[in-house]
Design a binder for this molecule. Structure first.
Ligand code: SF4
Length: 367
């Protein structure tokens, strides 16, 4: 079932979701000179304004008019959990009551925002909390960009000096299937990449998908050249159908072909994401089959030990068995890494924070 469109913007234009051209058209409604759009944009993206009142070189009257017709930040952070390793997980609630998760992952050499593309997720991976309730609606481009901007504000904490920490990477790996909300996601990526927008380069942006071959091919033709991660999670069609029912009509071979085309047209190596589920997809035979697939692509394999979700019947494998799985792949000539789970004590498995906030509303017995 298709997700409903983004909640309609009843009154005010969400400026975080506008390209320069769109902002020019918006400014024209006020009979403003075109340069005003660039000025507005600089306030929002370079100077980090959070309210029109801060835009001191605009007249008071104009600021009041803008405030009536437009908004900068639309959501509210309704919950934040901070893990001991510095990972912060935000629950952002929109005016229609829909909520999404956004994560800030600080590392010595980078600061990453992990953002969502939909409220809930249509894919329903058997091992994931986000998929349990299905998809509620698509996010608008502005809501997608706002998540990254909110993490950027946490990273800089108002310090804009030369040595200030900066948001360097954006990954679309939160709730939702980005390619099922294609137009809004691509629009948001253009704003995140724009030099007069967030200015984050394509090689520091990663879109993670369960795989829609036609959209992967379409993305290859957008001239964005962002990184693509394919959430594979199983080395054969039968097991993948069990774990990811949504992908049942898409044979792995077709996905691999679409990813090859993506690499050929963009020059970006593909990442294969593989969540290791103890006793389910982490046996040596699975590693050998995965190696066969990986060798058909220019790719890296990321192995992630599962973060258990209460109520779901999957277990986290031991570190030893994960490294054994990795060794088998490497012996087969595949570049593979076991990734560390970050923020486990911050409800890090995707969808857990949102569900934790839903449970009290739905009652203690809610699924
Ligand atoms: S793992 Fe990702 S694709 Fe699968 S249900 Fe969860 S959010 Fe959706």
């Amino acid at each position: 079932m298709a997700a409903s469109p983004p909640a309609s913007d009843t009154q005010r234009t969400h400026l975080l979701g506008q390209t320069l051209d769109e902002m020019r058209a918006f400014a024209a409604q006020f009979e403003l000179e075109p340069y005003r759009a660039a000025q507005l944009r600089a306030w929002i993206f370079q100077r980090g304004a959070t309210a029109f009142d801060q835009m001191s070189d605009l007249s008071k009257t104009l600021r009041a008019q803008l405030d009536e017709r437009a908004e900068l930040y639309r959501g509210t952070i309704t919950r934040q959990t901070d893990a001991a390793d510095g990972v912060a997980k935000l629950l952002i609630t929109w005016p229609d009551g829909a909520a999404v998760e956004t994560v800030w992952i600080p590392e010595p050499d980078r600061h990453t925002a992990c953002i969502s593309s939909q409220v809930g997720c249509p894919v329903g991976c058997r091992f994931c909390a986000s998929g349990l309730d299905g998809v509620e609606r698509n996010l608008s481009a502005g809501e997608i960009v706002e998540q990254a901007m909110r993490v950027r504000r946490l990273v800089t904490r108002g310090d804009t000096g030369a040595d200030a920490a900066r948001l360097s990477n954006v990954v679309l790996m939160g709730m939702g299937e980005p390619l099922a909300n294609y137009e809004q996601v691509v629009h948001a990526i253009r704003i995140i990449m724009a030099p007069d927008g967030m200015g984050i380069s394509a090689r520091r942006i990663t879109l993670s998908t369960v795989g829609l071959p036609a959209q992967i091919r379409r993305l290859a033709g957008e001239h964005l050249a962002i990184n693509l991660a394919l959430s594979l999670h199983a080395p054969d069609d039968d097991l993948r159908r069990e774990l990811i029912p949504w992908g049942k009509g898409v044979p792995i071979a077709e996905l691999i072909d679409a990813c090859r085309e993506y690499f050929d047209r963009t020059g970006r190596e593909i990442t294969l994401e593989y969540v290791l589920l103890a006793g389910v997809n982490d046996l040596p035979a699975h590693a050998l089959r995965l190696a066969e697939l990986a060798r058909r692509l220019r790719c890296n394999v990321n192995l992630l030990r599962y973060n258990p979700v209460p109520t779901l019947p999957f277990e986290r494998p031991s570190a030893e068995s994960a490294f054994e799985f990795q060794s088998i792949l490497r012996r087969q000539g595949v570049n593979a890494h076991v990734r560390t789970s970050r923020g486990r004590d911050a409800n890090a498995a995707c969808g857990q924070l949102r569900r934790a906030s839903l449970v009290p509303l739905n009652g203690p017995g809610a699924a």
